[in-house]
Design a protein around this ligand. Structure first.
Ligand SMILES: Cc1cc2nc3c(=O)[nH]c(=O)nc-3n(C[C@H](O)[C@H](O)[C@H](O)COP(=O)(O)O)c2cc1C
Length: 199
């Protein structure tokens, strides 16, 4: 099974990070988790006190799943994921704030999440970014184009209505499933289009 870096920044949608870790650990993958300081604020606002630190976030998973999650400090540049010599399959930044997006687009490696993304690009490993903002400014759009040209895949957290989502969880599963598809990691968490049944 693969080692995947999951970077969580302070954009809205921290539940997407929780869901992706849940799915990856279900699939027996190993998660190298790094969360920014502001990700803890969004976790507090959007998921509550029980998720508001990195340790609490990890503890919210079953004990078995916790053995497949390694939490790194945001300023710990001695962490293995700060080096290209440490073998990982790739990295997801989910959700990705516009601040983290700008840092990655310019190679600004001033925290471990940004450094890990820089390493992922330089090693030409899969990098999937789930940027959350509305509306996007031209700066945001240019940064996305830049990173896409450097080899990353941009997967916006946008639902599809043809899957007939009934709950927010259906929408979250679709977004997480699309991000995993972009990583070329097999999952089966959203209904795939197999042709219309109406014709
Ligand atoms: C509740 C809350 C929601 C936020 N949502 C977003 C967002 O969706 N997109 C974004 O770019 N920034 C958002 N921000 C602002 C970022 O947290 C802020 O720009 C921060 O500097 C990002 O830093 P980071 O990328 O290191 O986490 C939000 C902040 C808070 C408190």
């Amino acid at each position: 099974m693969a080692r995947i870096v999951v970077g969580v920044s302070g954009a809205s949608g921290v539940i997407l990070a929780h869901r992706v870790i849940d799915v990856l650990t279900d699939l027996d993958h190993h998660v190298e988790l790094v969360m920014t300081r502001d990700a803890h604020f969004t976790a507090l606002e959007e998921m509550g006190e029980d998720f508001a630190t990195g340790v609490k976030f990890v503890k919210s998973f079953s004990e078995e799943k916790q053995t497949r999650i390694r939490l790194h400090g945001i300023q710990d540049f001695t962490a293995p994921i700060a080096s290209g010599s440490y073998q990982v399959y790739g990295m997801l930044i989910i959700p990705c704030s516009m601040a983290t997006l700008a840092a990655v687009a310019t190679g600004l490696s001033d925290n471990l999440l940004r450094r890990a993304a820089d390493v992922t690009l330089k090693e030409r490993r899969p990098l999937v970014i789930v940027p959350r903002e509305a509306p996007f400014s031209e700066i945001h759009l240019e940064n996305m184009l830049k990173i896409s040209r450097y080899g990353a895949t941009i997967v916006p957290p946008i639902p599809a209505w043809y899957t007939q989502p009934k709950t927010l969880q259906d929408v979250e599963n679709f977004i997480v499933g699309k991000a995993l598809d972009a990583m070329k990691i097999e999952s089966d968490i959203y209904p795939r289009w197999t042709g219309s049944m109406r014709r």
